[in-house]
Design a protein around this ligand. Sequence first.
Ligand code: HEM
Ligand code: ISQ
Length: 154
Amino acid sequence: KVFTEEQEALVVKSWSVMKKNAAELGLKFFLKIFEIAPSAQKLFSFLRDSNVPLDQNPKLKPHAMSVFVMTCESAVQLRKAGKVTVRESSLKKLGAVHFKYGVVDEHFEVTKFALLETIKEAVPEMYTAEMKNAWGEAYDRLVAAIKMEMKACS
Ligand code: HEM
Ligand code: ISQ
């Protein structure tokens, strides 16, 4: 399946608007994941080891943003190269980290749902079925690449 220039544009355009609200977006994204899968909270060391409320945790925003940024980068690469080409070393590290922390298939599904819901609420005036598909496809292909590296760990 090819990833088109239009799909790339939908992802890049909506991300450029959303990133202005990165802090609020990041918190919403996390809360949505934990609403659906409360036990996922235990996976994150910086939440487990912290006494401050979720919305005041300094690591929350950068972590949540990395999922948006990497999915957006995945869209650009899919269009340019037809595949996800996160530098091989970083993909290996991503696979190793997610394997080590016990992330499983269901977590990736919940996170996809939360990502799309967060985008829908962040840019309601732009959100369409095409935009949902473009983000969903870029996420799925990135996750497939991460899971390949996770398998290599097991
Ligand atoms: C760590 C990205 C999916 C849970 C990380 C890190 C990145 C990242 C960049 C930091 C790695 C490092 O320390 O070098 C992504 C991307 C995802 C994804 C791009 C999907 C496209 C998930 C899912 C879960 C998850 C579905 C589980 C709900 C974690 C945990 C850590 C982590 C527990 C370690 C956090 C800690 O340091 O305590 N992820 N992630 N990730 N991710 Fe993900
Ligand atoms: C997955 N991996 C790292 C950070 C994250 C933040 C929010 C939601 C999912 C995540």
